[in-house]
Each structure stands twice: as C-alpha cells, then as structure tokens.
Design a protein. Structure first.
Length: 501
C-alpha cells in the first residue's frame, strides 16, 4: 500500500502541466533522435542535457527519461523502413523488420515494434516499482565470471542465427570477434590489429560504423541488384483495418514479448551491459525456441517483437543500478548520472529516502512516457509508410547520405566513413555468398564486453577456468550455454544418422 501511495504522489508530479508537456515533447524529440542513424539516445541525452538546467531536477529527469524512451521506440523506424539501424539497440530489429518492409508489410512491422516496446516498457516499469532494492542487490553479486558466462550464453544463441550452416556461422562470429579486438589492448595498452598502421584504428572499430555499413550500404547495393530497374522498393499500404489486424495478429507473439521483456530487464540491470546485448540475446532466444526458426531473417514478426520488447525493458532496467547503487547500467544512464550529480542529487539507497519526490516522479513518468511514445509512434506510421512509396532513384541517395552522416557522427572521423563503405561492400558480398551477417554484427557488440570479463576472471583465479563453474550463478549459466552449443551439433548428427544410405 505504501508503494501505491508513493506512486500516486509521483503521478501527481508528472501530471503538472509543465512536466506533462515535457513528457510529450521528450517522447517526440526522442522518436526523431532514435530514428536518425548515428544519433541514438546517448547523443540525444548528451546534447539536450544543458537545457534541463532551466527547470527543477524533477522536471529535468522526467524530460530526459521521456527522451530516452522515445529514442528506444524511434530506433526501430529507420531499421524497418530503410534497413539502417538508428542505434545499436535497434540492430536486431533490422534482421526481420527490413524483410517485412520489403514484402509490403512495413505497417505490420512498425505496429509490432510499437506494441512490443510498450509491453516491454510496461513490464519493466512494474518490476522496477515493485522490486528495485532486491534486484539491485542481485545485480551487484554479478562479477566478471557471471558477465562472461552471460556473454557465452549469448554466443551460444548465434548458432541458431546462422541456420544449419554451422561453419559459416562460426566464421562470421570469428570475423566479428577479430573486428572487436582492433585498437589498444585493455590491460597492456599495446596496439593490436592496427591494419596498415592507420591511426584511425587506434580507437577501435565503432559498432555503428560496421552496422550501418553492412545493413545500410550493403542493403542498398543488394536492393539495386535485386530490383533490376524497378522504381520502387515496396507497395506498402496503410489503413485503420490493417492496424487493427496487425494488433490482433500479435496474439501469437505474446510469449515472445514476455520473454524479451523479462530477459531484457534482467540484462539491463547488470552494470555496464545496457540494452544492446539484451535485444540481441532476446532475438537469439526467440529464434532458438521458435517452432519455425528458418523463417527468422526472412520476415518473422517475432524477430521484431523480441528485440523491441527487450531493448525497452533493458532501458528501464539500466536505471535501477544508477538510482539504487550509483552505478550506470548503460552509456545513456551514465550521462543521466552525471546530470543528477550536477543537480545536486547523490545516487544510492538514501536517494529513495531523502529525495522520494524525485525518484517516484521519475518512476511515474516512465509509465506516462511509455504510453505517449506508443501513441505518437502509431500516429506517425502513415508518414513512415510514405517513405517506402518514394521511387528508389530518390530513396537510394537519401539512404546513402544518411549512412554517411551516421558513420561520421559518432567519432567525426573520415576514417570511419571510408571504413563504413568497405563494410558495405563486404556485407553485400557476404549476402551474395550466403554468409549470415547477424553473428558478425552481434560478435562485435559482445566482444568488448566478453574480453575484459574473461581476462579479469582469469586474473582473479590465477588462470583457472574453474571459476566459471564454481560460482553458482556463473556455473548455471555456463552449463545452459554449453548445452545450447552442443544441441545443434547433436541434432545435425541425428539427422545425418537417420538419412537413408
């Protein structure tokens, strides 16, 4: 009952005219920021953080949280409509969202993304409201061995992402891991894999550069070849009936939404994990448990639902360690943490006692932001559909310019633009040769998380791998991961044994 009273007080703060206007404005701006390749929630919050000094801290955090939520919704827009991930959190949405758009089902994909985001966000906020302190304590028990075990579990799902061609999948994973190792060694500081001695490789390969190159430039080159002179990409249509049918059709995806929501929230509360690994893992698990895994990557709605539910749930989960422990759960919450310090608020357990209005106003604003982001997203679907009706001769140059801007924006280095163009050609060739793109992209995301966790764990255990099985959480996760790795191989052997001579 006490929680309900505190939450009611939070809603009273949110529904003040200024704060409500900031929620709507933040969601709308976030939707635009998330849809623009290369921007994403991190850059959006960082750019607009100075504006918050004009309003009280409660209003400031409400605005930035709404912007954060809007950006999570918006990332799916360019992934589905143009095949360009708006942010790293929306890369997994591209795998099936883009094929759906090319089949004339862009509205189905957009509705699925919006509803899944709403479900994932709502479930995560409810969990946040009810179980903040105990979940924070569990997250704190996760050290390097548990993080590495979780990464191994994510890699285990990659086998499913490549279909039955395990060698090609492994090759794709190893290429991604090699790309993730480019730069300076995390312990010795020595340069490694600095190709041709180019200084641009010292800061490593930016994930968005690879993702935009493979899925933006590569997709455009593939479409040019496949279209063979056709002037439009797809005949997308839009009507109220199709929206209703799209929502009703999501009944079969409820289990996938729930799985993505809980998995994304759990990964989100782990310090420094964030929404990107959560969305990628949710996609892998959705394919693993699907009755029709072969349809993933070809336009399966569950392939949109799982990552979108997960990244919105993870974005809320990432706020939990920030508020309760003072440890940011993602790059965006790290910026929010800096804002709280500037506003004179000290994150930690005492924050819930000394500044309860601030905390519960934030929690209530997440409910409101989730609803408004859904309404704004659905309202703009006709405008998004209009993009697909543009002639390809106009759309292709726009995609190309957006890719260039998205590749340049994160580091403002022309080296990354040239690298993005190279990755675009590589992505096009991999697609022609039927190599799976998803495992390479996922490996370059999780590689920088897995490597330090592995090396720190081995330093703790004096080089013994037993540490990954001696600790309860790490041991359970590793056993599940090894089971998932062995299962496809065993299934393939059984099929081969049963095949007639």
């Amino acid at each position: 009952m006490e929680i309900l009273n505190l939450l009611a007080g939070g809603f009273a703060i949110v529904f003040e005219p200024l704060n409500l206007a900031l929620v709507v404005f933040g969601c709308a701006i976030g939707l635009f920021v998330g849809a623009m390749p290369g921007l994403g929630s991190v850059n959006g919050v960082a750019i607009l953080l100075p504006m918050t000094f004009l309003v009280p801290p409660e209003s400031a955090i409400i605005f930035l949280a709404a912007l954060y939520y809007g950006a999570m919704y918006g990332g799916a827009i360019s992934s589905i409509m143009l095949g360009i991930p708006g942010a790293s959190t929306a890369v997994a949405t591209t795998f099936d969202g883009r094929p759906l758009a090319l089949q004339g089902k862009a509205d189905v994909a957009l509705i699925a993304a919006a509803v899944a985001s709403f479900v994932g966000g709502t479930i995560s906020v409810v969990l946040f409201t009810l179980f903040a302190p105990p979940l924070a304590e569990i997250a704190l028990t996760f050290g390097s061995p548990e993080i590495f075990a979780l990464m191994v579990l994510a890699f285990a799902t990659f086998i499913g992402l490549g279909g039955d061609d395990i060698p090609k999948t492994l090759f794709s994973i190893f290429i991604g891991l090699a790309m993730s190792a480019v730069g300076l060694d995390i312990i010795s500081g020595q340069p490694r894999l600095i190709f041709f001695g180019l200084p641009g490789f010292y800061h490593g390969i930016n994930f968005l550069v690879l993702a935009i190159g493979i899925y933006g430039i590569g997709e455009m080159l593939w479409t040019v070849e496949v279209s063979r002179g056709k002037m439009s990409i797809s005949q997308a249509t839009m009507s109220l009936r199709r929206i209703i049918d799209g929502v009703i059709g999501l009944k079969s995806s409820i289990k996938t939404m729930l799985m993505g929501s809980f998995l994304g929230y759990f990964v989100g509360i782990l310090p420094a994990a964030g929404a990107t690994p959560g969305s990628l893992m949710a996609y892998g698990v959705a394919k693993t448990i699907s009755k029709d895994p072969g349809s993933f990557g070809k336009g399966n709605v569950d392939g949109v639902v799982a990552p979108e539910a997960a990244n919105n749930a993870a974005s809320t989960g990432a706020m939990l360690p920030m508020l309760t422990l003072g440890i940011p759960g993602s790059p965006t919450t790290a910026i929010l943490l800096g804002g709280m310090v500037i506003w004179g608020l000290e994150p930690g357990p005492l924050l819930f006692v000394e500044h309860s209005d601030f905390v519960w106003g934030l929690i209530a604003s997440l409910y409101a932001a989730n609803l408004f982001a859904l309404l704004i997203n659905v309202a703009f679907i006709p405008a998004f559909i209009w993009v697909l009706r543009m002639p390809f001769t106009i759309l292709a140059p726009i995609i190309f310019v957006l890719c260039i801007v998205g590749g340049y924006a994160p580091t403002q280095d022309m080296h990354d633009v040239w690298l993005m163009l190279i990755f675009g050609i590589v992505g096009y060739l991999m697609r022609k040769l039927d190599y799976p793109l998803a495992p390479a992209v996922l490996a370059i995301v999780l590689g920088p998380l897995a490597e330090p966790a592995l090396r720190q764990s081995l330093l703790i255990s004096n080089g013994s791998f037993a540490i990954f099985f001696e600790r309860p959480f790490a041991g359970v996760i590793m056993v599940i991961a090894l089971g998932l790795l062995v299962l496809p191989v065993l299934q393939k052997m059984v099929r081969y044994a049963r095949r007639p001579a």
